[in-house]
Ligand binder design. Structure first.
Ligand SMILES: [Zn+2]
Length: 100
């Protein structure tokens, strides 16, 4: 009985972040990052490298709509989400389920 294996958490190479919409934890790389820059501008951050306050969304359409509608995204970033940003988000959102 030598080694104690901590098998609870798998070894991950990238950090886990939580979607502000559905609260699902996910690999940071798979989430959409939205940033409020130090200038107060809200923008999508595909590179994940922009400075500022960031929030993450999983990109599912329903989740995204809800996050905007219920101002979850705005609350996470502590500012209003401009309509242009909301529109951009909707264009990259993925359908949760193919219903038809
Ligand atoms: Zn989500």
């Amino acid at each position: 009985m030598g080694e104690i294996v901590h098998s609870k958490l798998p070894t991950v190479n990238s950090p886990i972040r939580t979607c502000v919409g559905c609260r699902e934890p996910s690999d940071k790389k798979r989430l959409i990052r939205i940033v409020r820059t130090p200038d107060g501008e809200v923008r999508l951050d595909p590179t994940g490298k922009l400075a500022g306050r960031g929030a993450y969304l999983c990109g599912k359409k329903d989740c995204l709509k809800m996050a905007i509608k219920h101002k979850k995204l705005g609350r996470a970033l502590r500012c209003e989400i401009p309509a242009s940003v909301a529109e951009q988000l909707e264009t990259i959102a993925v359908e949760d389920d193919a219903e038809n």
